[in-house]
Structures are given as structure tokens and as C-alpha cells.
Design a binder for this molecule. Structure first.
Ligand code: CMC
Length: 427
């Protein structure tokens, strides 16, 4: 028997069928079932795609058992500790870390592309002040497709990278405008003298005319440690292979839709509580728990099969030992504890939940560990960012991942429109 094939035997008709096994560079091999229906007349059934590889990809590698995450072969810990978010963006987009000169030119390009059309600003201004920043962000990214309609039919690599850098550069501005809209305060334009991450904090915090609040202790209003913390958060969120929002981006792109519309769809998919929306829910939940003495009761609720309460920030479809992003963030949180004056009450509740859940059989037997969202909220709170912005911060970090995955999809001649089938159970 050939070693690179796998035999499927249908016991109903005693027929056997051969399928190719394709080996990954790392991680599980796959059985190529693209001809399954043609050969057998049956579909495969995999709700939630728990056993399905939907594409070939050379961008991000995850080993869920070992808790390993790599972008273009480089470990996330190495990137988080020794490289900036912009270096990480360059790495994802171009496959290699930039030289000093390449980084400088990439940085300048992003700075210059960070402005948005005045009409887009007017559009954001038309939202009610009560609008959630994610709603404004998703809508304004769809609108961006009208301002750059020419990206619908990209003819060469140069245009493709222009489309990519444009959206990476403008997302923080759109997010900051959405935030200021929700606070009912005037928009602050980007400052091209500031780095990507500092500029974002500036657009959130500055007073009209770009003036910064003066502090009595003489500290800069935007401290280097805050920039570093947020930059690391962006890096840790930059890509995560074929998760729900990335799969959404690829699916929308597969229909030939405008790339920014595909990114907007990814933003909508990320918003849900089971995905990126969890970071907002974690802090809401910690505040609801209110005190360390209430933790036990909430843990019992999370374990009760008749109660739909879930511990936000726990569990992951892929990581079954630990989430390396969560580990890196926990380390960052510990480092920042004193300097950023992290909310000690929230941290105490979070630490107690962690302590119980890591020992409790319910969580241990189901491989439920803290994920990235469990830790990011406490740091973002210390950065004085309002809770409804947390998922928008995730969007800023993840945009590079989505756009890189979209570009990979477009470049792959084997790509097809996504069109799954069903097991019909109706009349
Ligand atoms: N609290 C309590 N029980 C849980 C939790 C939780 N957070 N997560 C999963 N379970 C239980 C679930 O009830 C089920 O138990 P049983 O086998 O008795 O029915 C079992 O664990 C398996 O759960 P599942 O829903 O089948 O697992 P999944 O792989 O489909 O879902 C998840 C993964 C992340 C959606 C889920 O763990 C969850 O809802 N977690 C809370 C939300 C959250 O933190 N999301 C952020 C994910 S990380 C950021 C990102 O990359 O998006």
C-alpha cells in the first residue's frame, strides 16, 4: 500500500477509495478530500471546522499542544520581546524582518498614509455618540472601499502592497476617531512626527489643536512604557492563522469582493464575545464579580451545565495547554504592575479566578486555560482606554494578519470561492 495515501472504506457498499495525504512542513498532515464527493457521492461533516484545513498557508504556525505560535517561522516570544510591531508587520507582509533602511521607509510610508478623507470624517461624525466603536470601525472600513475603489482590481504586487499599507496605516486613525466620537469630543488628526503606536495614543488623548494634558509630576503625557505595552499588545494580536475572522476575510475575498470590504467583514466577525469581543467581556465580568469573595460562586456558575455563564478569557479551540500570547501578556502585566499602577482590585479577582481554574477538574479536564483576552483588558484599563475600545485595539493589531492572509489567498492559483455543503434535515 502506498504510504502517501489513505483509504476510505464505505461499509455500506464495500467500496474503497484512495485519498492523498499531504504533509505539512510542521504540524499535522492533511488528507486531501477535495475529490471526496466526486468519488463517493457523499460530503464530509465537520461543524465548526474542528478537523478541517481550509487552505495552504506559509504565514503563521500554531502548535496548540505545545503552546507554540510563530509568524513566518519566528517565535512570538522573540517578536514580543525584541521587535517592534512595525517590524512584525513587515515580517508578516514580506516574509522577512526588515533591514534598518527598509523599516525606516515602511514607517514613513505608514505615517504619510495615516490620514483619512475629510468626507470619511464627516461619515464618522454622523454616528450617534452612543455608537459602539466596533460598529463605526466596521462601517468606516466598508466606506473606505468607496474611497479606494481602484483596489478592487489589483494588477500587480506594487498595487497590492499599496492597498495593504494604506489600510494598516488608516485603521488606527479610524479607530481613534470612532473612540472620540463615542466620547463626544473633537477628532484629532494624526501627527506624522510620531511613531505608529505613539500616534495612536496621541489621537486618543490629545486636546483640540493637538495639545497634551500637562501633568504636575512632569511626566510626559504619553510615557515610553505605555507605548511599549501597547506596541507589544499589537504584536501579540498580529495574526493567528485560520481563526473565525481570518476565515471570514478569506471567504469574502473568495467572492472577488473589494479587499477592504473583506477586512470589514473580519472586523464584524471579531466583534463577537467568543472571539475578539472577549477582551471587553473579561473586564465587564471582573467588574461584575466585584470582589475576590464572590469568585467561588461565579466559578460554580461557569461549571453548571444548566447555566450559560462562561468564564470570559478562558478556553481556546486550538491551545490545549496554554496560550503563548497569554503567557507573554501575563509577563508584561507583572512587569507593568507598579509602573502603570494596574487596577489592583481587578488583578486580585483575575488572579483568584486563575488560581482556582488552573486546579479545578472541570477546567483542567476540558483544557480550559486563560487566553490572550484574559490579560489584555487589565493593561488596556491602565492605559486609560475605555472598555468599548478593547476589541478595536485587537482590530488594529490584527489588520496586518488579515491583509496578509488575503494577499496569500489571492496569490494562490488553487484558491476557490468558499462554498461548503450541508447535511439536509428539513422537509
Ligand atoms: N467557561 C466555562 N466553560 C467553558 C468555557 C468557558 N470559558 N469554554 C469552554 N467551556 C466548556 C464548554 O461548556 C464545553 O463543556 P462540555 O464539554 O461539558 O459541554 C467544553 O468546555 C468545550 O467547549 P466548546 O465551546 O465546545 O469549545 P470551543 O473550542 O468550541 O470554544 C471558545 C472555544 C474560545 C469559543 C470557548 O472556550 C469560549 O467561549 N471561551 C470564552 C470566550 C473567550 O474567552 N474567547 C476568546 C478566545 S481567544 C481570542 C481569540 O483568538 O479570539
Amino acid at each position: 500500500m502506498k504510504k502517501d495515501t489513505c483509504t476510505f472504506i464505505n461499509n455500506r457498499n464495500n467500496k474503497s477509495y484512495e485519498f492523498k495525504i499531504l504533509d505539512a512542513n510542521r504540524g499535522p498532515s492533511v488528507i486531501d478530500i477535495s475529490s471526496f464527493y466526486k468519488k463517493t457521492g457523499m460530503f464530509t461533516f465537520d461543524v465548526g471546522y474542528t478537523s478541517t484545513a481550509s487552505c495552504k498557508s506559509a504565514i503563521t504556525f500554531i502548535d496548540g499542544e505545545k503552546g507554540e505560535l510563530r509568524y513566518r517561522g519566528i517565535a512570538i516570544e522573540e517578536l514580543a520581546e525584541n521587535h517592534s510591531y512595525l517590524e512584525t508587520c513587515f515580517l508578516l507582509l514580506y516574509g522577512l524582518l526588515p533591514t534598518e533602511k527598509q523599516l525606516l521607509s515602511f514607517d514613513l510610508e505608514l505615517r504619510h498614509r495615516s490620514f483619512i478623507d475629510e468626507n470619511l470624517k464627516t461619515l464618522i461624525g454622523a454616528f450617534p455618540d452612543t455608537a459602539h466603536p466596533m460598529s463605526i470601525l466596521s462601517s468606516s472600513v466598508t466606506a473606505l472601499a468607496s474611497f479606494y475603489y481602484e483596489h478592487l482590481d489589483i494588477k500587480n504586487d506594487e498595487e497590492c502592497f499599496e492597498m495593504a499599507t494604506r489600510i494598516i496605516a488608516k485603521i488606527p486613525t479610524l479607530a481613534a476617531f470612532a473612540y472620540r466620537k463615542s466620547l463626544g469630543v473633537p477628532f484629532i488628526y494624526p501627527d506624522i512626527d510620531k511613531s505608529f503606536t505613539e500616534n495612536f495614543l496621541y489621537m486618543l488623548r490629545a486636546y483640540p489643536g493637538g495639545k497634551m494634558k500637562r501633568t504636575v509630576d512632569g511626566n510626559d503625557e504619553i510615557r515610553a512604557i505605555e507605548i511599549k505595552a501597547l506596541d507589544t499588545i499589537f504584536t501579540l494580536h498580529a495574526d493567528h492563522e485560520q481563526n473565525a475572522s481570518t476565515t471570514t476575510v478569506r471567504t469574502v475575498a473568495s467572492t472577488g469582493a473589494h479587499p477592504y470590504v473583506a477586512i470589514s467583514a473580519g472586523i464584524s466577525a471579531l466583534w463577537g464575545r467568543a472571539h475578539g469581543g472577549a477582551n471587553e467581556s473579561v473586564i465587564a465580568q471582573l467588574e461584575m464579580i466585584g470582589d475576590v469573595s464572590n469568585v467561588d460562586a461565579f466559578i460554580e456558575r461557569a461549571k453548571d451545565p444548566h447555566d450559560d455563564f462562561r468564564l470570559m478569557g478562558f478556553g481556546h479551540r486550538v491551545y490545549k495547554n496554554f496560550d503563548p500570547r497569554a503567557k507573554a501578556l501575563k509577563k508584561l502585566q507583572d512587569e507593568l504592575k507598579d509602573e502603570l499602577k494596574l487596577d489592583s482590585k481587578l488583578m486580585q479577582i483575575a488572579e483568584r479566578i486563575e488560581e482556582i481554574a488552573l486546579k479545578d477538574d472541570y477546567f483542567v479536564s476540558r483544557n480550559l486555560y486563560p487566553n490572550i483576552d484574559f490579560y489584555s483588558g487589565v493593561i488596556l484599563t491602565a492605559l486609560r482606554i475605555e472598555r468599548p475600545m478593547f476589541t478595536a485595539i485587537f482590530v488594529i493589531g490584527r489588520t496586518v494578519g488579515w491583509i496578509t492572509q488575503l494577499m496569500e489567498f489571492r496569490a494562490d492559483p488553487a484558491s476557490k470561492i468558499t462554498r461548503p455543503r450541508q447535511l439536509y434535515v428539513g422537509k
